[in-house]
Ligand binder design. Sequence first.
Ligand code: PSV
Ligand code: MN
Length: 429
Amino acid sequence: MTLPISADLIAEHNAAQAAALEDDYGALGRKLARAGIDINAVKDRVAAFSVAVPSWGAGRGGTRFAKFPIPGEPTNIHEKLEDCAVINQLSRVTPRVSPHFPWDKVSDYAALREEAAGLGLGFDAVNSNTFQDQPGQAHTYANGSLSAQDPGARRQAVEHNIECIEIGRKLGSTDLTVWVGDGTNFPGQQDFARSLDRYLEAASEIYAALPDDWRMLLEHKMFEPAFYSTVISDWGSSILAAQELGPKAKCLVDLGHHAPNVNIEQIVARLHRFGKLGGFHFNDSKYGDDDLDSGSINPHQLFLVFNELAEAEANPRDGFRPSYMIDQSHNVTDPIESMLSSAEAIAQCYAKASLVDRGALHAAQEANDTMMAFQALRRAYTIDVSPILAKARVEAGGACDVLAVYRQSRYRDRKAQERRAVGLGAGIV
Ligand code: PSV
Ligand code: MN
């Protein structure tokens, strides 16, 4: 396997950091031991944790107004895979890539799978795209896709999703994530009930094409591109659709797809209660679907989400196999750096959630001791778990300080010499 960053560079860096890391890890280990926690057991849990990265996240995103590309950005799936390999090589926590079609179309998927494996990567959920027209497409999605009035557009959207399943089978995926932009911009534009009926009918055709071990992850989103109503707008619509479709249909929670201040951790608990929690798109937001870096705005919310996931893991209902993925748009940073930083923020929250004294939390809940219940969470949240993450990474061959090694490697500068420039142009619209 030939990985993009020099193994010697990583080893040299880790050697220089080794004494400080041992010191920090030892100190944290003694602190945790006083609370009856074995730091090595936590480290082993963290080492087994992973989160997928989105192929589209490897490029600079943009807003509706503009995009500011950087030299050395990837322009095709092969270059995106190479960048994703950098993220995983340094962090050792992102071994899978989630592809989006038709953006990542190639002629030979078996070869693509091999190419990824050669970079230490596998494939996660395949994402369909019926929110955008493609050149030469027979039917427009301007008025919707799975819920469109036009039967031709609906058929085309169903066939595209089935094609994504076929591609995913070749890549080794077992999940199809379906997000549709379908909705309206004006009151009265469409009938709410009939558009949902059309969506459900079309979605059931996709569902019928799922292999036995596959899941269909329904991703809801409150608004955008539709600004008055959206067909699968919230977790309520999502779970109703998933229940109607069948056991292989689950709900996917993108953290940016809710109304401001919505209690997302409670949604997580609700979805799990009904066996419908399928997975996550991690990102952060201040105002809407901002697609900011995970944990950059509200790290406490991310922790509370993982706290619910830890509860769910301890009480699995109808199986507990959430798919974890990043879904961000990096408008002003190097996407590799943003995903390194986000993967770390996500793994930190996972680690902190596993430090919660669940016995104390549950006892306080039963005794209506509000302050101690809150403190059980607060105690875990305020622990700096970075030595645990660093130790797990180093033991797996990753870098102690991922961003420092990435910068020292000058990877982006090298790619700027090799890769063709991305044109200026519009943003995501
Ligand atoms: C929609 O905003 C979304 O979150 C969906 O996951 C899409 O597939 C993704 O962004 C990429 O545009
Ligand atoms: Mn998403």
